[in-house]
Design a protein around this ligand. Structure first.
Ligand SMILES: [Zn+2]
Length: 219
């Protein structure tokens, strides 16, 4: 943890447009969780990351974050693959940094980031960026909360369109090892993990089942 927030954040679009596209896409994976974690936190009424209760304005930022990803994610990815910037790139930069940053801090983290933390137990996933694991964590959270199939399909289609992982094989896992996956589920539900901000009790068993289901759905 860093003791203090930065005084200023500067994003230079021309630098970002020339950077490896995987970095931008990984940022989208991280931003993908913002709305769903904010929504869970609002429902449970747990404290936000900044302390205090969630506000409707923070929820609106989180929702705009998600809508921007769906609307501009693929366009931005294609532009950056070509080393150029278009309006969609600027919108995605805003979603990945401002909307996601303020959206999560003024709302809260929940299942997706806790599952990300659990996934660090998988050695095969060590080469992945934070946002790539968070994207799969988002899918697992949606299964955990029994989200509508329509919503899950929207998230799956988005991940596939920009190249974010939607199953364990995409993340480098060769064969499913149930002992290791249990360890992932245990770590995700450790005391103090943000998964306990979900609006219902979550056990390691629940997470284990959701990981396997999300993995299958995402294939
Ligand atoms: Zn994150």
């Amino acid at each position: 943890m860093i003791p203090k927030n930065p005084d200023m954040v500067i994003m230079d679009t021309s630098i970002i447009a020339k950077a490896p596209v995987r970095l931008l896409v990984s940022g989208m994976g991280d931003a993908l969780s913002t709305y769903f974690e904010a929504r869970a936190n609002m429902t449970s009424g747990k404290a936000t990351m900044a302390g205090g209760l969630a506000t409707r304005s923070a929820q609106a930022l989180a929702k705009l974050c998600y809508e921007t990803l769906l609307e501009d994610g693929l366009k931005a990815k294609i532009a950056v693959e070509n080393g150029v910037s278009i309006k969609a790139v600027e919108n995605i930069i805003e979603a990945n940094t401002y909307l996601s940053g303020i959206g999560f801090e003024s709302s809260g983290l929940a299942g997706a980031h806790a599952i990300h933390n659990g996934l660090t137990k998988l050695e095969e996933c060590h080469h992945l960026y934070h946002g790539e694991k968070v994207a799969f964590g988002t899918l697992v959270q949606l299964v955990l909360e029994n989200a509508a199939m329509e919503e899950i399909n929207t998230v799956l289609a988005f991940c596939r369109s920009v190249g974010l992982p939607t199953n364990l094989f995409d993340m480098g896992v060769k064969t499913l090892n149930h002992t290791t996956l249990r360890a992932v589920a245990e770590a995700s539900t450790a005391e103090g993990e943000t998964i306990h901000n979900m609006p219902f009790p979550v056990t390691a068993d629940n997470v284990y089942s959701a990981i396997l289901t999300a993995h299958q759905l995402g294939q």
